[in-house]
Every structure is written in C-alpha cells, then in structure tokens.
Design a binder for this molecule. Sequence first.
Ligand code: HEC
Ligand code: HEC
Length: 689
Amino acid sequence: MHRPAVFFALLLAFSTRAAAVVDYEKDIKPLLKERCVSCHGSVKQKGDLRLDAGALIDKSIHSDLIERVTSHDEDERMPPEGARLTESQVGALRQWFAAGAPFPSDEVIPKKPSEHWSFQPVKRPPVPESASKHPIDAFVFGKHEPSPQASSPALLRRIHLDLTGLPPTIAEQEKHPSLDAVIDDLLTRPAYGERWARHWLDVVRYADTNGYERDAEKPFVWRYRDYVIEALNKDKPFDRFVIEQLAGDELPDSSLETHIATGFLRLGHWDDEPADPATDRYDQLDDIVSTTGQAFLGLTIGCARCHDHKFEPLATRDYYSLVAVFNPLERPRKGRTELTVPVDGTEVYTWREPSGKAPETHVLVRGSPTRFGDLVEPAVPVILAKTQPSFSNRRLGLAQWIASTNNPLTARVIVNRVWQQHFGQGLVTTANDFGLMGAAPSHPELLDWLAHWFMHDAQWSLKKLHRLILTSRAWQSSSVEQRAKGVESKPAIAASSGDSGSLPSALSSTPYRYRRLEVEAIRDSMLTVSGQLNPKRFGPAMKPGIPKAALEANTDKEKVWQASDEREASRRSIYAFIKRGLVVPMLETLDLADTVSSCPQRQVTTVAPQALSLFNGDFVNQQAKHFAARLKREASDDAKKQITLAWRLALCRKPSTAELAQMRAFLREEPLEQACRVILNLNEFVYPE
Ligand code: HEC
Ligand code: HEC
C-alpha cells in the first residue's frame, strides 16, 4: 500500500540530491586541476585564462568554456591533448554554471610562482609573546596554556627511543639525572648516529644492490652508510654534509672520507643490461637530478624531464641545466660488472669524472634521448636564482649554491625533516615537496625562525637542533589525551592558513603525535630487551634469517640469500643488507622505505601480516626465548620478580597491581617464554607514550 508513496519520496529525494549534488570543492575544482590548470593556472595562463580559483572564472567565459570542452574541432577543443572530458564531467560544469558558479568565500587564489613562500629568503620573525621562555613553545602555544608534560618514566623512554632507537637500561632508569643531561648524554653516543642515519638513508634511496633482473650487490656501498653514521655522530655541519655528498671529490681539502660521501650519486637502482643504453644513461642522470632536487631542495624537478613542469615554475631547460652538472660523470664498470674507484689505495663506490672537456648537454625534446633541442650549460633553476653561481667545478658550484645561507630552501627543508622525525609530522607535511603543489606550512613563522636559527646561531649543527626541539614542552607533551581519543592518525596541529603566520587559535592538543616506532627501533628494542643486541658497528652488512617461503620464487634459492649466523644477525637493523629485489619480510611488512626513489617519510600501514610477523615470526619467537632465559637468570624463579623485571626492561616502568595479577595468572597456565612473547607484542612496546 505504501509502496508508491515511498518510491515517489525516494525518487524525489534522489532527484533533488542529484540537482544539488554538484559541489565546487568536490566535483569542479579537482577536475579543473587535473585537466586544465597546467595551462590555465598561476604558472601558465594560456589564452590569458586562469581556472585555478572560483573567483577567477568569470561569468563571461562560461559559454565559451562549455563550447571548448564540447568542441569536435581539434584546433578548438579543450583540453587540447589527452582524452576528452566525459559527458558527466561536462554535465557537472553546466550544472555548476547554472547554479551561479558558487565557490567558498575563503578560497585562496594561488599566488604567482615567484611569490611562493618557500622561494622567498629566510627571514627571522620575532618570537611571539608568551609565558614560555622556550622559543618553540612560544610559537606553538603562544599565550595559551602549554599542554601537560608526559610522566618522567614515559619521557625517559621516549627520549632514548627517539635519539638512539633503543630503550633505556635499568641502570639508566634508576639514575634520575635531569632531562637536559640525558639529552646531552644520548647525543654523544654512537647509537644516535645509528638511529638518525637511517632517516637520511631513506631520503637518499639507499640500498645494497642495484635492483632489476640481476640485482647485483653494490661493492663497498656500506662505506657510504658508515659515512652517514659517522657524519651525524661527529655533528658534521649540515652545509658541509651536503657539499661532500654532491662534490666531495672536487673539494680543495678532499679526502678518502669526502670521496666516500659522493657514493650518494651512485645509490640509485641500475639496470646492468639495459635494452636501450641511451635511455639508460639518461635514467641514471635523472635518478641523480631528481634525488638531488627532492633530498636537498624539496623540489620535484624530475617532472620537468619530458615537458615543462605542469604545476611548478620549472622548465625542461632548468632540468637539463642540472643534467649538465652531472653529465661528465661516468659509471666505472666492466661490462655488467661494476667497478669501484681507487682512492688512496682503499675502494670507493662512486662515479668517476674524467678530466678534460665536459660532454655537451642538450634539452631532450619530450625526454627522448634521440631528439636534441637547445644546448644548455650548467645552471640552477631560474626561479631560485637572480644570478647564477660559478660552475668552474660543476658539482661543487651546485653544492655550494645549495648549501649557501642564501638558498631559501635547504635549511627549511632539513629543519622540517628533523621536526617530522621527532614529532611524527612535519610543519610542512610534504617533506620532499616545498613547491606550489606541496603543503603549506602549519606554522610558517616557526619554520622560518628555526631555519634561520639553524643556519646562523647553530651553524648548521643538527645536534643543536635536536637539543632545541627535545627541550621544548611541545615535544615533551603527554600523549595521553591523544591515546584516549584515538587520534593517532589525525594531524595534531590545527593548520593556520595563509602567510600571515597567525597562530592556530585553538590548539586541539600538542603537536607531538602518538605513533608506532619504525621497524628498526622495534627490532633493535627487542634485541636489547632480550639481551642479544650485538653492538658491533660498521662494515659489511649482515643478513637476517628469512623464512624459506620468501625464497620460493627464486631459481637459485641457495645463493640468493645466505643468512648470517645468529650473533652477526643480532646487530642493529641499520646494518641489515637491503636487497632491492628481496627485502627481509619483517622489515618489509613493517613499512621499510621504498628504495626506488627518495622516501620522505615512512608509511604506517596496519595490515594482518604485521601481527603474524610480530606474534608468530621466527625472529620474535627467538627473542622471546632469550628474554625468558634472561629473566630466569636475573630474577631467579620468583614470578613477581620476573614480571617486574620484564616490565622495567621492556616498558621502563613497574607493572600495576592489576597487570601483575594478570601475568601471574597467565604464568600458571603458560611458560615464561609465552609471557615474553606477549610483552613484546604489547601496544605500549611498539607505541611509546
Ligand atoms: C596543454 C595546455 C592546455 C590545457 C591542458 C587546457 N588548455 Fe585551454 N587553452 C590552451 C591554449 C594554448 C589556449 C589559447 C589558444 C586557443 O584559444 O585555443 C587555450 C584557450 C582556452 C580557452 C579560451 C580562452 C579565451 O579567452 O578565449 C578556454 C575557455 C579554455 N582554454 C578552456 C580550457 C579548459 C576548460 C581546460 C580543461 C578542461 C583547458 N582549457 C585545458 C591550452 C590548454
Ligand atoms: C618520461 C616522461 C615524463 C615525465 C618524467 C613526466 N611526464 Fe607528465 N606527461 C608526459 C607526456 C608524454 C604527457 C602528454 C603530453 C604533454 O602534455 O606534454 C604528459 C602530460 C602530463 C600532464 C597533463 C595531463 C593532461 O591531461 O593534460 C600532467 C599534469 C603531467 N604530465 C604531470 C607530470 C608530473 C607531475 C610529473 C612528475 C611527477 C610528470 N608529468 C613527469 C611525460 C612525462
């Protein structure tokens, strides 16, 4: 009986919804961005038309626009290339125009590229007035009450894990020195470099093999890994660190160490038997240019290889001018076998640059290695330099320009990386992209203050930067509130829009983000707690054991992966062999960086194999066994003592009465080893407070 009425009501609801459903933000803006803005945006204004903000789409253009997107005349139709707009896309545009082309009143009209914030010189803004004396807190909290501090045991554990990737020992838990003293102490430990080098290795696409079919080992590449660890431990100024990696061989005071640093240039994947050698050559140069752009400058210059960058003020000419900087490099090899370069008699994995005349570099039309366009000389992107630096030594010229205090990007980019690693999220959330398409900084003035301070007060010292950040309340804040709300994946900083630098009016909580540890820190913490961590440093990589099933796909199962013995495999994870074609499953499952190109931030996925790896994996079971044996050794047969010791080793606190009772009940049914497995799988173990 009611059917027709219901049906009619539904139909009505549906049709009114359909009529009202065209939404500028959801349907129109993304369409224009994807298909039109590359030619009609802030970078290029073909036909004097911009379509990148609602306010710019004047009524007088509406009918012309519809004509263009529906035209079958190849000279008229828009977009001029690629697929035509679909009927429903055209329909959406019509409906939007019919509705009066509404757009949000607060939509920001993108500025001209030359006015983009990150291309402006770094200036030091004044520290805002605040109750806090700490400059970071003054920027973050302003006149608001700072968020509460985490408890001391939680903070001690957080500081140790953050700086060294290892939990504090019991002796360290009992010492109670001031937090400042703990920070200073940890920054002098070798473990600091072993933790933080890993992030840089992600950024520079480090791996121990070349990838592709044969996936051959890169001989002596681990010396570059060791160079990074030592550079961080020595607190090599970051500007010098940049220069050594790009041009360590061209320095007047070059040494074995600075030659090893240029291994950076050769870390990319490489096909030792390419189908097309000319393309392969440009692929290798592209790997260097693209990585240099992303790692040091936060620019996606690689997009300008085949056409002018569609969204950034970077032309193919800019791209090939950078190719010209690296074009003299030759890859030392004998057929498919890679060779090293002898420096002072030891062997260095890097490129060779023969003396003499540099080869000519041309713009390649559409990126084709056989279609030569204009001849270019080494140059840096025009948008960033009113005057070009000297390129009498090509790579050194580029490196010194990147590392100069006048470069608007370098300091902002590295300061943001360090911030991101400490807080879980950068002030700019796109750490490798500071261009027009990158995210705007949540706290533009804080970022600039830090970048200026880093160059001029801290003299590019990363350790000073760590210290400044870790002593702030912003970083030391409790994450209890976030955990209670389950906001782990939500950005904690309320974004402030625009360049005015106005502080977010209501900080929902602290910028510190409650999050999972990286896989290296999880694995190294397990080894520490079980008492098995082998402190051996540097040298050739070790190979952790991997399940037989992971080898099934390989024809030469025996040869492809010869696992190290247990002692050797119990070294810190940074020393694990990274084979591009066969990543250790535990590392891969827990989101090791992709090694093909620069990785600005680890993904944090949540997938079932992680639980299998952590709860049933061979490695975790082995560590649980060692952990249990250690508890028996150090806490006798007394269950309460064992549980208490386990809690302090793994979680750096005493168990609560309830936890103690639960564990005692568990131990009446199950062996200690099982209890240890449970402890290594506690949320708190992998998600430090
Ligand atoms: C590859 C570059 C390119 C893309 C992408 C592109 N256009 Fe164009 N567009 C042009 C050029 C060049 C002109 C000027 C020459 C002409 O009028 O044909 C133009 C002109 C126009 C004009 C006429 C402007 C005037 O004042 O007469 C309109 C309208 C237009 N485009 C709309 C669009 C729309 C809508 C899209 C996306 C669906 C789009 N275009 C995508 C290159 C592009
Ligand atoms: C290996 C060559 C190559 C590289 C590298 C490349 N592109 Fe393209 N891209 C093309 C070709 C070919 C086209 C189609 C013709 C054109 O628009 O020039 C195209 C078209 C586009 C278009 C226009 C699509 C349309 O429908 O109008 C956009 C946007 C674009 N590329 C963005 C990018 C971005 C962003 C990057 C870097 C991440 C990039 N491209 C890197 C070859 C490349």
